[in-house]
Design a protein around this ligand. Structure first.
Ligand code: MTE
Ligand code: CO
Length: 422
């Protein structure tokens, strides 16, 4: 009850401030606004027919909401990475059309009819599934984020890329439909494998890179999906059409696309992707490995460098995304003064396991400079570290697994910039 009253009071105050600041609006009220007084072209003729766009694209005015590259990071379009425009999206679901892509040897085109999935190794009966075979197993639906381990990797040494899309856009969050890997492994039979505790699966893709990764059996039997739909429709070619692996909460590299083979083994392969890549060299030169889980992380998506404040002072919605590879997001705090003081943000929905959570801080901007930060806490009690805390443990040699608190300097004119606070 008291909460409601104070919220209404806040809104009233906010609107009053907005009206006072909006001198341009009051002036417009004195002169007739042709957008109201004149019949507009869109109201004086017919619109487009329903058959114009059998498969729809965003309206032309949203042409800015697109994936982007960082030129110096993308030597060619074959071994490539591009970034989700998280600064321009809201809610939590990433449309496939603008979700980031990472390919080691380009995106391949594989027809459903040509698709085969082999299960071999320490199984009772090695099997090969066609796409149609996979469709006959019981299906599941889950929303999960997929974050490349290299997300935010360019920020270790200092604030570098000016935009949430570039610092945090190697992530997408979609609803997957697929068959649980457990179901498929059980179909092949696991008694031949003996004690499952020390067993692994080795998964590889049909592209030339194969992107082979070892996954401990415990995870393979827990929540891994062999997925063929994202957000209700077929995977896009670039996301692994027709079938990819979904490894909830674990680094994107393990989400093998165009998956063609799963081998049950009695140890990990120690492939390229889990030795020379996707390991973290610490300050003393020794590397961490098997860093599968994505640590809890959050970022303010607006205001941010690509999404400045354009309306002046008054009511301001600060918003962003939070996620954790170890479970659900529990709480997000926002700071306007570089981490000195914190306010708890409102979660749009209670956090869900290994899925993105949208947060909002409905505030009143007095027009002064802000050092905006967000800090997530997940259901395990883990709190997102500062950059200094992370560097203390990990040194400066790392690329992967940078989950530190991000700072945007918001200037008095509403423009924002990527900065570091000490
Ligand atoms: N699987 C195959 N077969 N080939 C690849 O190049 N890239 C990996 C992973 N799976 C890759 C792959 C990496 S590093 C990431 S971050 C994710 O796929 C990215 O998935 P996306 O392209 O759907 O965003
Ligand atoms: Co990756």
């Amino acid at each position: 009850m008291t909460k409601k009253t104070s919220r209404r009071a806040f809104l009233a105050k906010g609107l009053a401030a907005g009206a006072a600041a909006g001198t341009a609006n009051s002036a417009a009220a004195a002169t007739p606004d042709p957008l109201i007084t004149e019949v507009q072209p869109w109201a004086s003729g017919l619109g487009d027919g329903v058959d114009e766009t059998p498969y729809g694209l965003p309206i032309q005015f949203e042409g800015d909401v697109i994936r982007r590259n960082v030129e110096w990071l993308t030597a060619d379009t074959i071994s490539s990475i591009n970034f989700t425009p998280i600064h321009a999206l809201d809610g939590t679901i990433t449309p496939q059309g603008c979700a980031f892509e990472r390919h080691h040897s380009g995106a391949i085109e594989l027809k459903k009819e040509d698709y085969r999935l082999m299960i071999n190794g320490l199984v009772d009966r090695p099997l090969v599934f066609s796409y149609a075979d996979l469709e006959r197993f019981p299906r599941e639906n889950h929303v999960y984020f997929c974050e490349c381990a290299a997300n935010t990797g360019m920020e270790w040494a200092g604030a570098q890329l000016n935009g949430a899309q570039f610092t945090h856009g190697m992530i997408h969050n979609m609803e997957y439909t697929g068959v649980s890997l457990r179901t498929i492994l059980e179909e092949a039979g696991l008694t031949a494998a003996g004690d499952l505790k020390d067993k692994w699966v080795y998964v590889e893709g049909a592209d030339a890179s194969s992107n082979g990764r070892s996954i401990p059996m415990e995870k393979a039997l827990d929540d891994v999906l062999v997925a063929f739909k994202a957000n209700g429709e077929a995977l896009r070619k670039e996301h692994g059409y027709p079938v990819r692996l979904v490894v909830p909460g674990w680094e994107g590299n393990m989400w093998v696309k165009w998956i063609r083979r799963i081998e049950v083994m009695d140890g990990p392969v120690e492939s390229r992707e889990e030795t020379s890549k996707y390991t973290d060299v610490l300050a003393d030169g020794i590397a961490r490995k098997w860093t599968w889980e994505m640590d809890a992380k959050s970022v303010v998506t607006s205001p941010s460098p690509q999404s400045p404040i354009t309306h002046g002072k008054g009511p301001l919605v600060i918003t962003g995304l939070a996620w954790s590879g170890r479970g659900a997001v529990k709480r997000v705090d926002v700071s306007k003064d570089g981490g000195k003081t914190w306010e708890t943000a409102r979660l749009a929905k209670p956090g869900e396991k290994m899925a993105m959570t949208r947060f909002y801080l409905d505030t009143n901007w007095d027009g002064s400079e802000m050092l905006l930060q967000s800090r997530v806490m997940d259901e395990t009690g883990y709190v997102q570290p500062t950059k200094a805390q992370l560097r203390e443990v990990r040194g400066l040699n790392s690329i992967y697994h940078n989950n530190c608190i991000q700072t945007w300097l918001v200037r008095t004119n509403g423009e924002a910039e990527n900065v570091e606070v000490s």
